[in-house]
Write a protein that binds this ligand. Structure first.
Ligand SMILES: C[S@@+](CC[C@H](N)C(=O)[O-])C[C@H]1O[C@@H](n2cnc3c(N)ncnc32)[C@H](O)[C@@H]1O
Length: 250
């Protein structure tokens, strides 16, 4: 059973830990092992959820989340906030993060210095650039501002960032923002593909780049390495994050 739990993806594993915590509380109550009171129940559930998550080898940062989840839910009930507020907050977060629980790629943004460094990698004559997971379009608008001769495409799957990027890029005729999964279309027509993602999809990104991109084109990863493949060049950006642009030549 522990083997099955360990093999689960992060989100279902978290659900199992939370439900397991509640089952433990229910059983403890049933056999008369628990003193009464909502706080006792919440704390016992939280500790049981942490133990189950740790046994299932969840990443360490899930453990504090499990520890505070139910106690915070109980505490917020006491505030008497109307239930539609929670629904609205859930919908807003879902529109921003969408399938992040599955892709394991959250939303964070390329800064201006990094976008300018990417601009420096573009060929002097016209070129086509693809930002896979373009978020709010932070890279696209900087490139569009400094190069009117290049064709820029962004693909974003989360509805709210997509809508924002689409709206803000409308004034540049050379920018196209599309909604969807960036693994679906071909990358063959692009001279530079920019990826600011997470370690999780990088092996698949590299596989697709090798399969589809032309010789001489570039895959640029903001910060995340490709397993088993050293970058051909690294650009260190002088910013607070200590950004490293890893450049892979096809
Ligand atoms: C770290 S953000 C980078 C945003 C933008 N490229 C930038 O540099 O500012 C990664 C984005 O990729 C999106 N994303 C992750 N997997 C995706 C996929 N398979 N297809 C399309 N978008 C995806 C996420 O929704 C998120 O907005």
């Amino acid at each position: 059973m522990l083997k099955h739990l360990t093999a689960l993806p992060p989100a279902p594993k978290a659900l199992v830990a939370q439900c397991g915590g509640w089952i433990f509380v229910w059983l403890s109550g049933h056999f008369g092992w628990l003193p009464g009171g909502i706080w006792t129940l919440a704390l016992v559930q939280a500790v049981a959820a942490v133990v189950i998550a740790a046994a299932g080898r969840s990443a360490w940062w899930w453990l504090p989340i499990h520890l505070v989840f139910t106690p915070l839910a109980v505490a917020t009930l006491a505030l008497g906030v109307p239930s539609w507020v929670w629904l609205a907050a859930f919908v807003a977060l879902a529109l921003v993060y969408w399938r992040s629980f599955r892709t394991q790629v959250p939303l964070f943004l390329t800064n201006h210095k990094t976008a300018q460094a990417v601009a420096g990698l573009l060929p002097s004559s016209s070129a086509a650039v693809l930002d896979i997971g373009c978020g709010l379009g932070s890279l696209l608008v900087v490139l569009a501002e400094c190069r009117v001769d290049i064709r820029l495409t962004g693909i974003e799957q989360a509805p709210a960032p997509f809508a924002f990027a689409w709206l803000r890029s409308r004034k540049w005729p050379n920018v196209t923002v599309m909604r969807g999964d960036f693994f679906a279309p071909s990358w063959a027509e692009f001279d530079l593909v920019y990826a600011f993602l997470s370690p999780v999809p990088m092996a698949r990104v590299w596989e697709k780049a090798q399969r589809e991109m032309r010789a001489g084109s570039l895959l640029v990863s903001n910060g995340f390495e490709i397993p088993g493949r050293a970058p051909d060049r690294v650009i260190e950006i002088d910013d607070r994050r200590g950004t490293r642009l890893l450049i892979f030549a096809l």
